[in-house]
Ligand binder design. Structure first.
Ligand code: PDD
Length: 303
């Protein structure tokens, strides 16, 4: 099947569909119970960025919910490539792909017993990557510290990149109601954790700080890359427990994610962060990040 160029294409358990015909059973436990894990990737020059790391995180998430992953990394890679081709999103201007890989518990009787669902479902959604306008990076965004608390790690651990996204969805809803670009969540101890779809960083006295994994958050791959970019460029990037006051007293703040890269946060709860303009460290890290992603196939995958 060929879907018209620059459209969405979906691979459901090995079969390609267009947006309208991609369906999954209501008896899939992904739908019934939110039981599943996922990854969001994007391409640069048509190649899924940090593919190996996404596969590794997918398998870690799956292990944490005792979900078998039925494909090898090579099979996932082929499925992504086939689906990208079907969508006409193989790289170049306006041809970069957003790729969402989902693995759910599969179809079975209405029971929590994993034995009733012997075959996990595997879905690959490919649609055009939507690039934030450059003006957003130049002007920065506003964020809100929301009242929704990030899941306690002993409930649904935020390290699991789970399809069960209600915690993040509720945080994002509150941010939307408050006209904020992102919602920042605290953890059960009242420390800052992460945003509804991204990780949080501040800069203080030249040090780049981000809440520790132990605070209960997703180990973002963009976050992880910033430790490496910082080390290579002589910028100190490290974990630190952060409270509201650290954010409001920061010299800079920014968020990171696969689809947004590094976005300066210039206001929080209607209070400016420092001068209320993007800071030099965030912009330097964004530039270094972009240099790295565009520096060839090695950077695009293995690192
Ligand atoms: N979101 N924290 C949460 C809760 C996230 O959902 C994400 C990613 C991140 C950043 O992780 P990474 O740098 O690996 O993208 C942090 C993706 C983009 C999503 O949900 O689509």
């Amino acid at each position: 099947m060929v879907v018209s160029a620059a459209n969405a294409a979906v691979n459901v358990n090995g079969q390609l569909f267009d947006r309208e015909h991609a369906v999954i059973s209501v008896f899939d436990h992904g739908f019934l119970y939110g039981e599943g894990v996922y990854e969001t990737l994007r391409t640069y020059n048509g190649r899924p960025f940090l593919f190996d790391r996404h596969m590794h995180r997918l398998r870690t998430s799956a292990r944490m919910i005792a979900l078998p992953i039925p494909l090898t990394d090579a099979e996932f890679s082929t499925r992504c490539a086939d689906t990208q081709r079907a969508a006409g999103l193989t790289g170049g201007e306006d041809r970069e792909a957003y790729i969402r890989i989902l693995v759910t518990r599969g179809i079975g009787a209405l029971s929590y017993d994993p034995a009733v669902t012997p075959h996990p479902s595997v879905v690959v959604i490919v649609k055009p990557h939507v690039q934030l306008p450059e003006s957003v990076y130049r002007s920065g965004v506003s964020a809100a510290i929301v009242s929704i608390v990030r899941n306690h790690p002993e409930t649904v651990n935020p390290r699991i990149k789970s399809n069960n996204l209600l915690n993040c969805a509720l945080a994002a809803q509150e941010a939307v109601r408050r006209d904020a670009f992102e919602g920042i969540m605290r953890n059960h101890r009242g420390e800052l954790a992460e945003c509804s779809t991204s990780n949080l960083f501040i800069v203080k006295n030249g040090q780049v700080l981000t809440p520790p994994l132990e605070a209960g958050l997703l180990p973002g791959l963009t976050r992880g890359l910033l430790f490496e970019i910082g080390a290579a460029r002589g910028i100190s990037v490290r974990e630190a427990t952060l409270l509201d006051a650290d954010l409001f007293g920061a010299d800079e703040a920014f968020l990171t994610s696969t689809t947004r890269e590094i976005v300066p946060i210039v206001r929080v709860d209607d209070r400016p962060i420092a001068s209320g303009a993007p800071g030099p460290v965030a912009l330097a890290l964004l530039e270094a990040f972009r240099e790295q992603v565009h520096s060839g196939p090695r950077a695009a995958n293995q690192l």
